[in-house]
Design a protein around this ligand. Structure first.
Ligand SMILES: [Zn+2]
Length: 217
């Protein structure tokens, strides 16, 4: 399979932690990683959506041209601003944390349209693109690297243990047993491991062997 890799930074890869990781964006978990931990989306992501909806409703109830409407409009704008500040702050902290932990970070090329088809419109509120641009910036400053693998690689349907590719994997299936090697795969973690393996082998970096799966009980 042909996989393209783009590098976000031109800098020479620095070996500091000696660690690399693959990451997969999700709805419930903001990021799943190949390293056995997940990054939960903070609660304010959801809270802020509700706040915005409420402020929107209030605005639409006020009479055009009234002072009340102007007040509601300002309130909505403030909510938007608050939320984007909170979110960005969280993104910066996460970007620093991940670049402290890893030298090379692998992601799939972002496909927001495809994600929206699968998950619905709220994907655009999660700020994946904003996060990646912050992460790229931080990585470059610290001499770390962010690589993207081709999004056509079937990262969810491929067994990270043996490479077997399923014909289909329904979105509702969170865990699956590989018909070929019998290992049990957590959907998101499996995808993140594949992203790391494909990224590492394409970049000629790190250990490209398939890791022994961490079989959960
Ligand atoms: Zn397998």
């Amino acid at each position: 399979m042909f996989v393209t890799v783009e590098t976000a930074s031109e800098s020479v890869i620095k070996v500091e932690t000696g660690k690399t990781a693959g990451f997969d964006f999700g709805l419930k978990q903001f990021l799943s990683t190949s390293e056995g931990f997940n990054i939960d989306a903070p609660l304010f992501f959801k809270q802020s959506l509700n706040e915005i909806q409420k402020a929107n409703r209030e605005l639409s109830r006020k009479q055009k041209g009234s002072n009340n409407r102007e007040r509601a409009r300002k309130n909505l704008a403030r909510r938007h601003e608050d939320i984007s500040h909170k979110r960005e702050d969280w993104f910066w902290k996460l970007a620093h944390r991940l670049t402290d932990q890893f030298d090379v970070l692998y992601f799939e090329t972002l496909n927001l349209k495809g994600m929206q088809r699968l998950w619905g419109r709220k994907v655009s509120d999660l700020g994946f693109r904003t996060f990646l641009s912050i992460l790229e910036w931080v990585a470059q400053k610290k001499g770390k690297s962010v690589f993207y693998i081709d999004r056509w690689f079937p990262s969810s349907k491929t067994c990270s243990c043996c490479g077997h590719v399923l014909d289909e994997l329904d979105l509702s299936v969170r865990r699956w047993r590989c018909p070929s090697c019998g290992s049990e795969n957590d959907r998101d973690e499996n995808a993140a491991i594949n992203i790391k393996q494909v990224g590492a082998s394409t970049c000629g970096l790190g250990d490209v062997r398939r890791a022994t799966p961490a079989v959960a009980a």
